[in-house]
Design a protein around this ligand. Structure first.
Ligand SMILES: [Fe+2]
Length: 389
């Protein structure tokens, strides 16, 4: 996260004596990424954050691959993912590669019994349905429909949901997720031509500090295993921190679309980047205003990337028969484009209400068994003049 944040109480100098009211010490932890080269924060704990009591065991959560090498376009009906009471059990990996995993989840209950930490990946959670509070050891964030929650690897968290009706689109990334570099200046500040700025990014505002001792279960995901790890102190025991490494929220509704006289390419919708994939937000906007413009996109060969589009809301002009909660996968290697009739019906239209999230991966995606449960196996023929011909 490329700007500084401070929450709670911290000493005047880092790595110096910082005393509790009773005269004993607070315990410092550098919470960093990419060795000592990436974003980091300095945390001050009530207790030493290292007190592992027991590692009770582990279980494998690697996605089960159904299609290893894929050239077929697919549609997945995301709302067919069956809701589950538990947050972690509700997460169903649909697509995956070495760099990232795309997950759909419909959790019904607030996480009660455990804390969760993903030690492998940053997590980007898009809230399609539901609202509540993300609670972390670095402070809390309220969320609602349309929010992206960016949770850096190593963040210990729980999620409180306001009710049982929740739909999440999650990208787990082995590579750090940043805002696009081309929108930032040398110092990291978002520039004037960026479709959003620091004011739109919400930082944690509420630090929960518990000094309890006991048995605290943290489910730690590492190398596709979840380790049930019992700590002797409460994971939320931070009294303060400062730095650049913390979770934050950004609403897709705060993305300001970039439009033009003729069709603008997908990078104008870019919201996040990694060195293995990009994330774009397609938001309600005015269409191209050249008198002879064709607002529908042209067919394109994304020869170097698999394209995943998650449809959130509105009317998806270029697609026939696509509904909210659907995912389309247009794999690298073959061209794709508007469905039959979509180019013609786009002419003369002035605006769109579409809302969608796109993930373009630079390495091919594999389709999982969970993905195939909700797959439309005929979608790849949907560009024929007569469907299913
Ligand atoms: Fe595309």
């Amino acid at each position: 996260m490329p700007f500084y944040h401070k929450l709670g109480k911290i000493p005047h100098k880092r790595h110096t004596i910082f005393k509790k009211p009773d005269g004993s010490l607070y315990y410092e932890q550098l919470f960093g990424t990419i060795g000592f080269d990436g974003m980091s924060s300095n945390l001050y704990h009530e207790h030493r954050p290292t007190q592992v009591k027991e590692i009770k065991g582990s279980y494998n959560v690697a996605p089960k691959i159904a299609i290893e090498n894929n050239l077929k376009s697919y549609r997945f009906k995301g709302f067919q993912v069956v809701p589950a009471p538990d947050y972690l059990e509700s997460r169903k990996a649909v697509l995956t590669n070495q760099d990232c995993t795309i997950i759909l989840a419909s959790p019904q209950n607030t996480t009660q019994e455990y804390f969760y930490k993903n030690a492998d990946c940053d997590e980007l959670i898009f809230i399609h349905k539901g609202s509540g509070k993300l609670r972390t050891h670095l402070g809390n964030l309220d969320f609602k429909y349309g929010d992206y929650l960016l949770i850096p690897r190593g963040t210990i968290y729980k999620i409180d949901f306001d009710d049982e009706n929740n739909r999440l689109f999650i990208v787990e990334s082995h590579r750090p997720i940043y805002t696009p570099k081309r929108y930032r200046n040398h110092f990291g500040q978002l520039l004037e031509h960026s479709p959003f700025c620091e004011r739109d990014l919400r930082q944690p505002y509420e630090l929960e500090t518990n000094d309890e001792k006991g048995d605290f279960l943290i489910k730690i995901k590492k190398n596709k295993e979840i380790f049930d790890t019992v700590y002797a102190t409460h994971p939320f025991d931070v009294v303060g921190y400062d730095g650049y490494n913390y979770p934050y929220a950004f609403s897709i509704h705060d993305f300001e679309p970039i439009t033009g006289r003729i069709h603008q390419p997908p990078p104008v919708h870019q919201t996040f980047e990694t060195d293995a994939f990009v994330v774009c937000s397609f938001c309600p906007r005015l269409y191209d205003y050249h008198p002879e413009s064709i607002p529908a996109p042209y067919s394109h060969s994304n020869i170097d990337s698999d394209e995943v589009l998650y449809y959130v809301d509105g009317d998806f002009m270029s697609r026939n028969d696509i509904e909210a909660g659907h995912i389309s996968l247009h794999p690298a290697g073959i061209p794709h484009g508007p469905h039959p009739g979509a180019v013609e019906r786009s002419i003369g239209q002035t605006e769109t209400e579409e809302l969608a999230v796109m993930v373009d991966t630079f390495r091919p995606l594999q389709v999982t068994e969970e993905g195939m449960k909700i797959a439309d196996d005929f979608y790849h023929k949907s560009w024929l003049d007569h469907k299913h011909e």
